[in-house]
Write a protein that binds this ligand. Sequence first.
Ligand SMILES: [Zn+2]
Length: 81
Amino acid sequence: MRLIYETVERINIMLLTISAKCHACPTINSIEVFSDDYRNYFHNNQLVQNVWPDLTPSQREVIMGHSNNFYLCDTCWGDEE
Ligand SMILES: [Zn+2]
């Protein structure tokens, strides 16, 4: 039983690599997140800043860009302002 429990735990803390391609240039940025956190964000409609309070705004952009299919890298964001 112990072995099964540990296996389940390892699945729960699986890391996912989320990547997003910039809409305006060839840059692709990626970030590693825990699968549980991503599930919370994507399926339970949690706010990105609540799920990942420690991420920088540009890291959050990668996650949001990945799920919206629209991403601008830091450089291109800067150009628009
Ligand atoms: Zn860009």
